[in-house]
Design a protein around this ligand. Structure first.
Ligand code: THU
Length: 268
């Protein structure tokens, strides 16, 4: 039995699903995290040519919510049933006890029969003017890191992507008991950008407050190469000047997957 109000999210997910980036599987999936005050957070599936770096719709929605400092989950609603590993991801979220109600609905105990009264979709954009210096940009990324969920590594990472149109989106690393499903801050922000339909990315500001020498991992470099090829990555260097490098310089010869067949979208 579906909880009451779930049908509202199904109609919203039908609106968001076409934004999914699913050239390889054709699975234009979407998910919504419903927060306890009725605010809801969409996420779409994001495929990359390096298949092991694909971001599921639910992971995208969950990590968008966390980057905005919201972990008061009432439910997660999916546009379509998912494989068991993705079910486990939602069932094992450390900051929200959700149980599966039906193939596409996961709810906290208080919301099993009825989801919260429907509110607005989350506005994840930072309410700030675009930074005019790299220093200002990394300051924003450093502030974003306060929302990181990193109990396993104790290594918070914050990211803010500045788009050509001046909009700003945050990302944080979000850890999970299944270490393979941890999402880095950079990929979190880029996934949110696809859900909300913004781009192209100009500057990707990154801060690892515990390590002023850190640098984006190879997985993030690959995803940046695919989703934001003309961007620059600007790393927080603590008290020293931020270090800026183009995406192309960060991963020369990146995998393009140009020989992988693409498929038409499945409409579900
Ligand atoms: N991490 C990022 O968020 N971005 C990177 O580029 C490097 C690694 C996160 C992932 C994990 O939560 C923690 O840092 C340790 O790897």
């Amino acid at each position: 039995m579906r909880p009451q109000r779930a049908s509202y999210y199904h109609s919203q997910l039908a609106r968001f699903a076409p934004r999914a980036r699913a050239p390889f599987s054709g699975r234009a999936d979407a998910a919504a995290v419903v927060l306890t005050d009725g605010t809801w957070v969409p996420g779409v599936r994001v495929e990359t040519a390096s298949f092991s770096l694909i971001i599921d719709a639910a992971v995208n929605a969950v990590t968008t919510a966390l980057a905005s400092g919201r972990s008061d989950f009432a439910a997660v609603v999916l546009s379509a049933p998912v494989p068991d590993a993705q079910v486990a991801y939602l069932g094992d979220l450390p900051f929200a006890r959700l149980r599966q109600i039906d193939p596409v609905t996961f709810a906290a105990d208080a919301f099993v029969d009825e989801l919260p009264e429907v509110g607005e979709a989350l506005d994840p954009f930072l309410n700030q003017p675009a930074p005019t210096s790299h220093e200002d940009g990394v300051d924003l990324a450093r502030a974003a890191a306060a929302h990181a969920y990193a109990p396993l590594s104790e290594f918070p990472v914050g990211c803010v992507v500045a788009f050509d149109d001046g909009q700003l989106l945050p990302g944080v690393n979000v850890e999970h008991p299944d270490w393979n499903r941890i999402l880095c801050a950079e990929r979190n922000a880029l996934g949110t950008a696809i859900t909300y339909g913004v781009g192209p990315a100009r500057n990707i500001y990154v801060s690892c407050p515990r390590d002023p020498n850190a640098s984006s991992c190879g997985a993030c470099r690959q995803v940046i190469a695919e989703l934001a090829p003309d961007s620059a990555i600007v790393m927080d260097r603590g008290n020293a000047r931020p270090e800026s490098q183009s995406a192309k310089a960060l991963l020369p010869g990146s995998f393009t997957g140009s020989a992988i067949p693409t498929r038409r979208r499945k409409t579900r």
